[in-house]
Ligand binder design. Sequence first.
Ligand code: 2AM
Ligand code: CA
Ligand code: CA
Ligand code: CA
Length: 276
Amino acid sequence: MLEWFAIDLIKQAGEYIRQQIDERYEIERKTGKGDLVTEIDRAVEQLIVDRIQDAYPNHHIVGEEGISTGPADLTGTVWFVDPIDGTLNFIHQKRMFAISVAIMIDEVVEYGFVYDVMADELFVARRNQGATLNGRILPAIREHYVRDAFLSMNATWVTPNRQIAPEVLAPIVKDSVGTRAHGAASLELAWLAAGRVDGYITMRNMPWDYAAGKLLVEEVGGRVASLYGEPIRYDGKTSVLAGSETFVNDVVKHYVIAKGATPEVRPDLEIQPQAS
Ligand code: 2AM
Ligand code: CA
Ligand code: CA
Ligand code: CA
């Protein structure tokens, strides 16, 4: 069965990462100083892709580190794979990174898996069937507003950047109970599903970052949208705003729309890409 196959695969990949984490490995820059890839990221993606292709030759895969087997229209069964989500954490902290895998069937995400490799915490969501953490059912998330939310968001988004004016998100940081930057999108969404944070905001995520975590959040009754309240797409870069329905509405209505922010990239503010 697909779910058990995926779990076995992810656990195997996790074991491989734990074996390699203290060894020497190559690190390469992708677009800038905060955007790195290691030999391990690539090896793990390869390991995962090989096993999927072996077991399910007609499935498609979209992987962060370049292994992609189409199709552009996302029909059939498509696996979104981020072999190490939170590469900077992997390199510097040796913890707080995850393997993120989502399975989309005919354009609907049916399964989401986020595996915190060092904590050995596996979050699993199955569409319409809820979410679990290491086999225990996660309860529905509690309602929040910005004023009583404990948030996960990178400080990058309140400095000049090309996605959003800093004045839009700074008041949210100020009004919330507290803001933390955890540096691994899939894990931040999984923690939201587990009630460990109450909101998550990022301005730049790709489907392999959020596809699994989004289903986790939705399966405990939360909502995941763009910062502007639009449905999230799976065909490219997007902002991500996640939390309870009341939290998401509060952000969109009282902070984003109130400031007149629109989903335009601001090339005039281009800076070195950084961890989002
Ligand atoms: P990654 O570690 O797999 O690259 C960092 O705060 C979070 O944003 C991570 O989940 C990171 O995934 C993701 N991210 C998406 N695009 C990024 C980019 N261009 N540079 C750095 N992190 C990025
Ligand atoms: Ca990356
Ligand atoms: Ca990622
Ligand atoms: Ca990655």
